[in-house]
Design a protein around this ligand. Sequence first.
Ligand code: ADP
Length: 601
Amino acid sequence: MSAEGEHCLEPHVCRFTPALSIKNPQSCSLPRDSANCVLRSSRSCEPAKVVISWEVAKQPVVTGTDRNPSFKTEDEPPGATLKPLVFRVDKTTPEVVQSVLLERGWDKFDEQERNVEDWNLYWRTSSFRMIEHINVKPWQRLNHHPGTTTLTRKDRLARHLQRMRRMYGAALYEFVPETFIMPSDYTKFIAEYFKEKQTRGAKHGYWICKPAELSRGRGIMIFSDIKDLIFSDAYIVQKYICNPLLVGRYKCDLRLYVCVTGFKPLTIYVYQEGLVRFATEKFDLHDLKNYYAHLTNSSINKSGVSYEKIKEVVGRGCKWTLSRFFSYLRNGDVDDLLLWQKINHMVILTVLAVAPSVPFAANCFELFGFDILIDDNLKPWLLEVNHSPALSLDCSTDVSVKRKLIHDIIELICLNGLRSEGKESRKAASGNPDPLFSRGAKRGRGGPHTHLPYGSLLRFTGRTHSRTGPATEKAVSTCPTCPRTIRLRETANGQDVLLSTREAPKIRASLRVRRTPGPTLIPYVSLIQSHPCKTKSPPSVPDTSPEPDPHAGNFVLIFPFNEATSGASRNGLNVRRIIQELQKLVSKQHPQAPGSRAKRR
Ligand code: ADP
């Protein structure tokens, strides 16, 4: 599981001298480093429109010797300065988070110099105590949501997914390898082991035993014979996927970043870039003890003797970007869009399994790392979900993916802040148009009373985004306020070119599918299928929070994915209704039976 980033203890060196501070945070709402953002000046509670653009905020103007960015508002006299945003850290805060925030013009919180509440974002590896959530102020954000270990501890996740299988059918949750929670499921496991042994005869079945609470491959063992099974308390035993999709002859898995910006109402974004992590020795079922061949954790493989070697197709090191991997698949004539849609479905179904049991908390978000293994039938399998996914920068691929990831998270949470800010501003200044509303209306959302982003999401969806073709123009016109989205896509593609191997992908002939010619970039964004769970008692106050933005940087909203699912996730989560919608969507997107091979029409 879990907090992969817990080893990130690098001390941070602050490059900027804090010069400006929020004297009275209560009277001054959070300035936002996003286009057209609303903030209040320190002089009044009236909302003021920021006249700097997002781009300017990102690369602040430096005047004189003061290296702090200046945020100016329309009602500020010329020369007046606004306060930079302030981030708070502890010893576990990843270095990349700090450096990105400084780069964006934020100040680092210094308790000697500032009021204790004078910060806007607290980012750390470990969870926050409930009291910290309760005391969070409107201008503050925490990078963890309470109760999410239910998703990131392997045994708890397995229990939730087993319950969902029982309630909604195994077919829907077939992306989870069969799992036994030890020691309670020991008898069940033994029964299954011998049943399988009988059916298979001389052919071996393979299992993997993993500590429920550890991460980075620690304590894992793979076995075929039950006499090799050793476990202590909290372990899970899982069916070992012994037909992984191999690149060259190397096993890999995907690290997908998912940001849940709220559980009530449920709001899930998936990141369109990510990592593919490779084992550094050739896959071989005859040697189950060779972890460099069977485990794809980079914490293990970076210390292997083959890490630096140039490996067949994979090249040097043990990581690719997700875009490079999808490009590799496309070159092998694989229906990457279908695969991406299945992955998105899996993410929604997984989060849906735990969402009803997660307590409500405002002003926080959670970045999860989903580990997904693709088998040689192109079926994605969920291996686990990580809390505080590792953000250490071990290689150039890490640098390119993780730095942008942090930039985009900041953009995402600023957009989220904007919404509530918009609401507050409207209340404070009655008669003033809600800037958020106008922004939504300009984007051509549902109409004057609905801000639904789904139209844009659908238009933005699809594999036809190309770097230079009409699809990009389409994306630009669909999303006039997000030049960065496009730029990141270009960057991702650029990197693709940079890193791509000359060697043709060796994907089994059976995976090849007919393709429409034409340039394709990242196929990402898709709408998924969801699941029913028991609805929690609805809150007494109706949930009127605005619809989430369809994307922020490379983050794309995958839930809610239409008005019905938006409605079903407010005032109590109607999981059954959501699952019905998801099933409708799935039958439209890929009518063939679950588990069937990827076919492009
Ligand atoms: P950890 O939290 O220790 O990283 P994971 O569940 O992610 O634990 O497993 C570590 C690695 O082991 C994965 O990255 C993958 O390569 C391999 N692995 C885990 N579960 C399976 C499985 N069921 N089938 C095949 N490989 C697996």
